[in-house]
Ligand binder design. Sequence first.
Ligand code: UDX
Length: 471
Amino acid sequence: MAHQVLDDAQAVKDFMTLSPVRRLKVMVVGGAGYVGTVTSVGLACLGHHVVAVDMDGERIRALRSGSAPYFEDGLDALLRRCLDGGTLRFTTSLGDVRHVPDIVFITVGTPSRSGGEIDLSQIVAVAEDLVQVINGYTVLVVKSTVPVGTIDLIASVLSRHKVEGRDFDIVVNPEFLREGHGLTDFFYPDRVVLGGTSARARLLVRELYEPIIARRVAWNGTARPGDEPVPVVETDFRSALMTKYAANAFLAVRVSFINEIAGLCERFGADVRDVVRSLGYDPRLGSGYLNPGLGFGGPCLEKDLQALIKVAEQFQYDPKMLRATLERNDRQISELVRKIKQMTGHFLYRRIVAVWGLAFKADTDDVRNSMSLRLIRELESEGAVVQAYDPMAVEGARTAHQGPRYVDDPYAAVDGAEVLVVATEWPEFGALDFDEVKRRMLRPCVVDGRNALDRQRLLDLGFQYVGIGTA
Ligand code: UDX
């Protein structure tokens, strides 16, 4: 079953923006990564001249041919539009870059070491390479999420050969891109954060983003320009970096918080969905990031939380709330396993469990730090046989973990199963034929790990149903 995606014509139709005041020359280092690609395509769509550099030759080849190495709705169509329009180029070598950039974005990965602290070797290597590129005044924009102190490190590497303030300045401009909604978040940000000491550098970055800040971009009908300009927060490096960590930590806190409340709701017979609905009306609370589920996964939330905890420890500061947020997230998988075992009479050995959803969330093919895969590993350690399906992530999941029987059809996944677990909230799951699902299962039992299905409909069809935070 194909996931509904934007068709190419629709994705480029409507992309309208008045040209920027000045077309700037931009280089994006780490331009084949997720943030790098979205940033490169986004800026090229605004009319700037963009060169994306990345040492991953395979990804660069794919991007040059107009196909991004990961799924993001509308990205391929805009990528091809920019390639055809000549505003975007991809290369594996800094030496291949003919123009001297006005602005260099650093979007390289910041993997964690085993202890949770961030590995800065890629960032330092980039800073060393950039010495050759800077010729005249260049602004370095740090997009990667890095601990405070990294900016001083980059500046000190560059300052061996160049003069800060004359040859270069640094601006910290954190990204808030959600996978699956990256382009929408790029063109319609809630705010732009610019951290740095140089007013000249911040002004140049503002100029770069001018069509976005002035809301002159109209794309795809996913969002429409508002009347007020996008708020721009100008601040120092440290506050800009901390904003990104704080934003992700807060999102993680909200998810762990609602999972905690959901656990309480189950125990005393309340319905978390109604609780969230009521919380949402209170503007002090809002309803965002309050969907209970398997816990937060993906490449950022957990990693950033761990990095923040590590930094806190280095300052002998005990970040109790952050630790509790992580611990609560880990416990959510045990909560799920407990529910699944309740349905199978507490034994999972050789029982077939069907899992729908492998991506760390819907609308992406990304399985990095997927809670679904964590759950599957737990089930397998109890002896269960897992049959797994996802509309987009089967291939990635198979590479990440070979245990389950992967299938490319949701009905095949439930063949002979005693429990069906919904682990990712793909909207199409709700539209499947549950009579057929019931016919194929050994016993019609559903653990809805995302409250994604219509509980009453399933009960009416004769399923045993357990959600999250509902009695
Ligand atoms: C996140 C941030 O949202 C983004 O601003 C940042 O730049 C990168 O990290 P992303 O990793 O794409 O983005 O995922 P996000 O949509 O935030 O979801 C993170 C995890 O939380 C997912 O596993 C999701 O399923 C889970 N989640 C989210 C919930 O369980 N409940 C919610 O209500 C919201």
